[in-house]
Write a protein that binds this ligand. Sequence first.
Ligand code: KG4
Ligand code: ZN
Length: 343
Amino acid sequence: MTLILGLESSCDDSAVALVTGDRRILAQAVVGQNAAHQPYGGVVPEIAARAHVEILPDLIRRVLDEAKVGIGDVDAIAATAGPGLIGGVMVALLAGKGLALAAGKPLIAVNHLEGHALSPRLVDPDLGLPYLLLLVSGGHCQLLEVRGVGDYRRLATTIDDAAGEAFDKAAKLLGLGYPGGPAIEALAGSGLPAAVPLPRPLVGSGESHFSFAGLKSAVQRAVASGDYRPEDIAASFQQAVVDCLVDRTALALDKTDAPTLVVAGGVAANAAIRSALAGLAAREGRGFSVPPAWLCTDNAAMIAWAGAERFAAGLTDGLDAPARARWPLDESAERVRGAGVKA
Ligand code: KG4
Ligand code: ZN
């Protein structure tokens, strides 16, 4: 059975995993850096890149040891080659190239977004293609028709902030720690979702893309007014994000016959978001699949699995594979307007 070593360092998690072509995770490890970035309320690229250099090599040794596997036993080395913070991306990619070179194994340069996109298939063998994917993370907010390995059609993206970025910025305004998503979700549990009037940018406009910048500004005004309890702001903010995600996803479902709606990426760890989208899928007569929370946030099992899918399709890369800060899954999709446009 095919055995793939996966390496990930494109944001603030160093991760390594060994995954087989028949969906077994032999060993995996993720080391986050929340404490290092906490004082800044977001990821500091330079700090992240330096930490990966220190953490990743030992993590590779630990995962190989735990699985009792030598580098000679793997069939290929899959490393994230982008998109992401370029200093970090280069760490796993170059580590992967070094291992591939030393062991004489093929390299698979994995698109981090393809890792998220295919991750549900690692744990759900019955999830067939195509499916509509809502990919919501700290860096991305996209609706993609997943047609096959390396075959994606982007139906929507964000014109400003990503959904996770919105959570992180709202959390910072509320004086909560980084990452903001889990902190907001916890605080929202004791708040009232209708207590604070917040906008739902673009909802009902027929526009297919996402926008969260206006929502963030409204949270800023609500906090500054001193009129609301923090838990009510958190709950109302989370409800506004839920409404935006459901509205845009409903629009995208009208544009595809894909039988299943899938949600992935770090924000998919949010219980309110998961249940609202499950409800949407049920109303629309589509199936619904969401990976467990540990597979939604950044990890290397999804990179190894994307590597396994690419390896099975005969797709490997040369040792000159580039590190890419920007790398859209659908290269034909137009770049949309807006300042902080993500890949
Ligand atoms: O996929 P991920 O681990 O890294 C990226 O590729 O961006 O996603 C991290 C993002 C952060 O913005 C974090 O605040 C958000 O996912 N997140 C959540 C939750 N857990 C993580 N957002 C909302 N609710 C959560 N429970
Ligand atoms: Zn990610």
